[in-house]
Design a binder for this molecule. Structure first.
Ligand SMILES: Cc1cc2nc3c(=O)[nH]c(=O)nc-3n(C[C@H](O)[C@H](O)[C@H](O)COP(=O)(O)OP(=O)(O)OC[C@H]3O[C@@H](n4cnc5c(N)ncnc54)[C@H](O)[C@@H]3O)c2cc1C
Length: 303
């Protein structure tokens, strides 16, 4: 590790590297132990060089954005976490309603900029608390729309550490899935296409959707949003509620009273509490309804 350490500091300024950084500081669940290395690259070249080094030295790595869909183990992560955010969040307007943004841009800001330019089609994403990279990887969606509906292409670093531009079809976007996720690509930037709209109407729609979120979701507790994917033909939250699990707890983790599809960090929950609650919820729902609940959240580290 010593040699790796030196090589990493040769690649990046010291202020872009933290050692032993607690991942609970970088997840909306406010859960997660230390990462050996937490690095904040600010260009595709820096990303490529860190990935290159990790691969050469066989050091595990994981890419994160805003950490809003992550459960990181209490033991943390043995390797390098690359956070793509600040410094990689530029947004620019192109012709014909096209907008280009770097993967560290937050969806809320992106939605605001798109609205300011009187373009419609991204209102659905304005309340999702993630980065563009995370949203492409997860094909994030809400209120009947998803990233797939508005993306044109994305620039990624592929598994051979090469830059590739993937079309919408090549991204293989489906329900909370993409080739980025299945192949471990890194999103650098993406291009979107929108239709002209009226700024007041766009802002009003965003306000309405965000008001709906505040009414329905337990936004006053740390969480990673919907814990489970929607099983075909069902709603996870409804199955959990019907199984009598509203408010069900393991340690400090609980099924939200407000929205049963959310597991919340009610009181100093550990990752172990959340993992066990996920297991028990799935087991009880399966016993009663014969339906398995697959986690939507991504789990990192040892469980
Ligand atoms: C209160 C709340 C509400 C939410 N509501 C919604 C919702 O309505 N719809 C929805 O879809 N999600 C929702 N989520 C979940 C989450 O916000 C989204 O999945 C979001 O897109 C994740 O983005 P992120 O930057 O936080 O990604 P992270 O959580 O940091 O990472 C998620 C996944 O994306 C990968 N990833 C991140 N950045 C990159 C990159 N640059 N290149 C390659 N891979 C990358 C990570 O490796 C990981 O696999 C909600 C979460 C919360 C806390």
């Amino acid at each position: 590790m010593k040699e790796f350490d030196k090589q990493l500091y040769d690649l990046l300024d010291a202020n872009k590297i933290k050692r032993g950084e607690m991942m609970k500081n970088h997840t909306t669940f406010r859960i997660g132990g230390p990462a050996d290395y937490f690095v904040m690259p600010e260009s595709k070249e820096e990303i490529q060089s860190v990935l290159n080094l990790c691969k050469k030295e066989k050091v595990p790595f994981y890419i994160i954005g805003n950490g809003s869909n992550l459960l990181v183990s209490d033991e943390g992560f043995k390797g390098v976490i690359l956070q793509i955010g600040k410094g990689m969040d530029q947004i620019s307007l192109e012709e014909d309603g096209k907008v280009r943004a770097f993967s560290g841009a937050m969806l809320s800001r992106l939605a605001q900029v798109i609205a300011e330019h009187e373009l419609t089609g991204f209102e659905f994403a304005s309340g999702i608390p993630g980065s563009l990279g995370g949203a492409v990887s997860m094909n994030a969606g809400a209120y009947g729309r998803e990233i797939k509906d508005v993306i044109v292409e994305a620039t990624v670093v592929d598994d051979h550490n090469e830059i590739k531009v993937l079309s919408k079809d090549e991204l293989k976007l489906s329900y909370r899935k993409s080739i980025v996720q299945t192949q471990g690509y890194v999103v650098i930037e993406a291009l979107f296409a929108f239709k002209p709209g009226k700024k007041e109407e766009i802002l009003q729609k965003m306000n309405e959707l965000n008001q709906k979120r505040r009414e329905k979701q337990p936004l006053n507790f740390p969480s990673a949003g919907s814990t489970f994917k929607r099983p075909e033909g069902y709603f996870a939250g409804k199955l959990i509620e019907d199984a009598g699990l509203r408010g069900f707890r393991v340690g400090g983790a609980a099924v939200s009273n407000k929205h049963c599809g959310f597991i919340i960090n009610e009181e100093n929950a550990t990752a172990k509490d959340v993992r066990e609650l996920i297991r028990q919820v799935d087991m009880r729902v399966y016993e009663q309804f014969g339906v398995h609940l697959e986690p939507e959240i991504r789990m990192i580290g040892q469980f």
